[in-house]
Design a protein around this ligand. Structure first.
Ligand SMILES: O=C(O)/C=C/C(=O)CC(=O)CC(=O)O
Ligand code: CA
Ligand code: MG
Length: 397
């Protein structure tokens, strides 16, 4: 029990304690905070530790699992033992009085493709006449390297990208006409690995610090024209949005579930039978405030532990701040799809919104917000906060 007065059914209870970076009106110096209820605990102010005053979580993430666990249990003690109340209280700020910044400096950014339903849906739409899943899909977690410099915090405006697309079979240029979302879950690396040495699937929690929400904005018309044979490029590199709070893996013990049964035997380096990192996260996607989808994360075919093992199996090393995302989270039902291209079935089945309008792809002015919850240790639910973005018209030079 905490001595704080927490709002009822807050997703930021004592079992969550996610980390972020914030500034206030009175202090422009960005520093590390922990969300608790509707407040932010100023760790730089409370601890005086310069690691929390750098303006990004990276230095703390680099310290590794023992430091992460030690600080987490200290924060829990500060917020539960009334003996600390007087010392801690001056460092609690109302959440609505702070501005949340990008929580970590993104080193490398990788995006996977691990929802079977999403991969089958996209396969049917992008490659009609071919099998929905490519022959490699059940043997390795497919991914591509993205653009870390355009990963930005929630709230960053989404400028409609322009580029090349096919119009009636002819290359044309202009603002994307098929701007889309991808509701995803991101994993943040804390501890670097050694070049040339793979990270085994069961070492996942020795390297990965925590989890955030990701919206991998996608221009489907640019993507469809450019992606063969090297994969997504400008269709996805214009912006990727992440939530400001990073939920530590340590908060997710109650959310761990067995991943789905795999149809094909896995090569030993991907065998996760002793490292089941399925996670029971429930996502929600809102368009202009209305829920348009509830993607279930627990059914993802490949787990983050397997993705990490795969992305390092060739000897590629990890750096503090590496971000790898799950890929679009889609479930089997129509209202569980994590992208508009799936929800509107390539534009053929427009979504009907409560305000009487319909959508295939995003219009200028549309606002997309993704949230997620997970089961918490005390029987409640913990929140991942949200990642939001509003579409702005193409910027013309
Ligand atoms: O199937 C394709 O060619 C393309 C798939 C995607 O656009 C999805 C992607 O970025 C990976 C993912 O989010 O699952
Ligand atoms: Ca994606
Ligand atoms: Mg992107």
């Amino acid at each position: 029990m905490t001595w704080l007065d927490l709002p009822e059914s807050t997703g930021f209870g004592i079992t969550n304690l996610p980390y972020g970076v914030f500034v206030t009106d009175s202090s422009a110096a960005p520093r590390t905070g922990v969300a608790i209820g509707d407040q932010v605990l100023d760790l730089a102010g409370l601890t005086g530790d310069p690691v929390h005053a750098t303006g990004s979580l990276n230095a703390f993430l680099a310290q590794g699992p023992e430091s992460w666990a030690a600080l987490r249990s200290m924060i829990a003690a500060w917020l539960t033992d009334p003996a600390h109340r007087e010392r801690v209280t001056p460092h609690l700020l109302p959440m609505d009085s702070v501005t949340l910044r990008m929580p970590f400096e993104v080193a490398d950014y990788v995006d996977f493709y691990s929802s079977r339903d999403h991969a089958e849906n996209l396969g049917r739409m992008f490659r009609p006449g071919s099998p929905a899943l490519t022959p490699n899909w059940k043997h390795l977690p497919i991914g591509y390297h993205g653009r870390s410099g355009t990963v930005q915090v929630s709230g960053t405006p989404v400028t409609r990208p322009q580029g090349q697309y096919l119009a009636d079979g002819t290359p044309a240029f202009g603002p994307s006409r098929r701007l889309d979302i991808e509701a995803e879950v991101g994993f943040v690396v804390g501890v670097p690995s050694v070049l040339g040495t793979p990270v085994p699937v069961h070492d996942f929690s020795s390297y990965v610090f925590g989890v955030c929400l990701v919206n991998d904005w996608s221009a489907r018309d640019l993507q469809a024209w450019e992606y063969v044979p090297l994969g997504p490029f400008l269709g996805k590199s214009f912006l990727t949005s992440v939530s400001p709070w990073v939920v530590p893996l340590a908060a997710l013990s109650e959310a761990r579930v067995k991943p789905p049964v795999r149809d094909e035997p896995l090569l030993p380096y991907l065998d996760d039978s002793d490292a089941p990192w399925g996670l029971d996260l429930s996502l929600e996607v809102r368009l202009n405030g209305e829920v348009v989808s509830r993607p279930p994360f627990r059914g993802m075919y490949w787990t983050a532990a397997q993705q990490l093992a795969h992305l390092t199996v060739n000897g590629a090393s990890l750096r503090t701040g590496d971000l790898f995302a799950s890929g679009t989270v889609s479930g089997p039902a129509r209202d569980e799809r994590g992208s508009l291209i799936e929800l509107s079935w390539d534009g053929a089945e427009p979504l009907e919104l409560p305000d009487g309008t319909t959508r295939t792809f995003l219009q200028d002015g549309d606002e997309i917000t993704i949230t997620a919850t997970a089961p918490a240790a005390d029987g409640s639910h913990l929140s991942f906060g949200h990642v939001t973005g509003t579409i702005r018209p193409t910027a013309l030079p």
